[in-house]
Design a protein around this ligand. Structure first.
Ligand SMILES: N[C@@H](CCC(=O)N[C@@H](CSC=O)C(=O)NCC(=O)O)C(=O)O
Length: 277
């Protein structure tokens, strides 16, 4: 799978590249960034999944992750949040369509066949980055924010054979129980809510998936506008307690939903993953 490097930038003693490749899952070109430390590798790495309205650029420019990645010798991969382009379905709302792929494989028109973000992240993306860069596929973790936190949790819980660690910032923990989830999963997966369970972190924990993870770290700002209506971290705490599983939710007073919050605690998440990779 050919990866085209669009630009390269020196950052924190390593190389940040903006890349594009053709995805067979989405049937479109897809963009991502990859940062690698200097040296031969192979390096352990983390996949970051961004939230609604984001491209590969938001985390890359706003999170401040690379100074921490350099300290731990961990590479970072950050893909776009959906397929894009003129031939790809879209919606005028910010929380559906391009920029809002929800990391699911859509089964409903007009979203199928391009909105195949679960398959893209677990298949084409990993194959592309491990083929083109000195990354150690046996030592990788996944993390993300909001919609991307939901993506990281559900992908890890469904694929513990791929990822050794998982964490999230202000994640949607149960699309079955919030307006963002109702809207997006109705559109992408249809009205049968049983089809949503494989994309709901709480349901996956209830169903015993991903028990390999010794702990899952979640940071949640208490001044987050989306906390009570959309994010509801108490639901994943309850699911984990019922299943006898470890999920650590750190409630951070005064922090909102933004990348200011993420940049404040990103170092803690790098340390969490480094201890497990
Ligand atoms: N435009 C919307 C909210 C959009 C928003 O807050 N997006 C977040 C992710 S929200 C959940 O997935 C984000 O990461 N934005 C990009 C950024 O660089 O901050 C609204 O106004 O409500």
């Amino acid at each position: 799978m050919t990866v085209e490097t669009l630009s390269t930038h020196r950052v924190h003693g390593g190389a940040l590249r903006y890349c594009r490749h053709d995805s067979t899952s989405t049937g479109t070109p897809m963009k991502f960034t990859v940062w690698t430390p200097d040296g031969q590798g192979p390096f352990p790495y983390l996949v970051w999944l961004s939230g609604l309205t984001c491209t590969e650029d938001n985390f890359t420019v706003k999170s401040g992750v690379y100074q921490h990645a350099a300290r731990h010798g961990i590479a970072i991969v950050a893909p776009d949040t959906s397929p894009r382009g003129e031939g790809v379905a879209d919606d005028p709302a910010y929380d559906l369509g391009q920029g809002a792929g929800f990391y699911v494989d859509a089964t409903q028109a007009p979203w199928a066949p391009h909105f195949m973000m679960h398959s893209y992240v677990t298949g084409d993306l990993l194959a592309a980055v491990e083929g083109a860069f000195p990354l150690d596929g046996a030592r990788k973790g996944i993390f993300g924010h909001s919609m991307g936190g939901h993506g990281a949790l559900t992908i890890a819980l469904k694929h513990p054979e791929l990822f050794k660690s998982v964490s999230a910032f202000a994640p949607i923990v149960s699309p079955l129980n919030c307006p963002w989830g109702d809207k997006a999963l109705s559109a992408y997966l249809g009205p049968d809510r049983a089809a949503w369970r494989p994309y709901d972190a709480c349901a996956l924990i209830e169903d015993g998936k991903g028990a390999e993870f010794d702990d899952i770290l979640i940071d949640q700002g208490l001044a987050d506008n989306f906390l009570e209506n959309q994010l509801k971290p108490e639901l994943i705490e309850a699911a984990a307690a019922k299943a006898g599983r470890e999920v650590t939710v750190r409630r951070q007073a005064g922090y909102d939903h933004s990348y200011f919050f993420i940049s404040t605690f990103i170092g803690d998440h790098l340390a969490f993953h480094a201890a497990r990779l």
